[in-house]
Design a protein around this ligand. Structure first.
Ligand code: ZNH
Length: 150
């Protein structure tokens, strides 16, 4: 996201398309573990966690996916102001930096997963313009999540 106008324009476009709420099945979050096995290391403390458990649906991963998408959805309300967006994710950014030690590159990977899941959701309606709009949104959220790392 280069500037705020760009972001506002994106948000206007999204509202126009009646998709100001992202309908991402939190269970699809398991994709990040399946597609990027290295991310499994962050979930080592989950009970009986394994690649297989993730693919078959770990209840803990599912619960986390839900929390994440709720936080993500909250962020969407603050898209019209970058400072506001960074503020919204400030404490989560610190939590991931200090306690969870999640490499911020993963926020971008998660963004790609969200776009892929959305493309399935929208099917033929997933136009390049809609994809471009979502790419900007997930990039803005990933940047806000990484904000406190730098
Ligand atoms: Zn995260 C957690 C959000 C991304 C990993 N997260 C979490 C939570 C939330 C979130 C809200 C909860 C907190 C509390 O509880 O306090 N995330 C989020 C968001 C995002 C994210 C919004 C983006 C956008 N994460 C992420 C990634 C990863 C992660 C990418 C990796 C790969 N997280 C995590 C972990 C945790 C979390 C590990 C913890 C879990 C448990 O339960 O332990």
């Amino acid at each position: 996201v280069k500037n705020m106008d760009n972001l506002k324009e994106t948000f206007a476009h999204l509202s126009e398309l009646h998709c100001d709420k992202l309908h991402v099945d939190p269970e699809n979050f398991k994709r990040i573990v399946m597609v990027y096995p290295h991310s499994k290391r962050y979930f080592g403390h989950f009970e009986n966690f394994s690649f297989r458990a993730a693919t078959e649906g770990s209840p803990q991963l599912k619960a986390l996916g839900k929390k994440m998408m709720e936080a993500f959805g909250e962020g969407l309300k603050h898209l019209d102001d970058l400072d506001d967006l960074n503020d919204t994710f400030a404490s989560l950014s610190e939590l991931h930096r200090d306690k969870l030690h999640v490499d911020p590159e993963n926020f971008k990977l998660l963004g790609s997963m969200i776009v892929i899941v959305l493309s399935r959701h929208f099917g033929n309606e997933f136009t390049p313009a809609l994809q471009a709009a979502f790419e900007k949104v997930v990039a803005a959220v990933a940047a806000a999540m990484a904000h406190k790392y730098y």
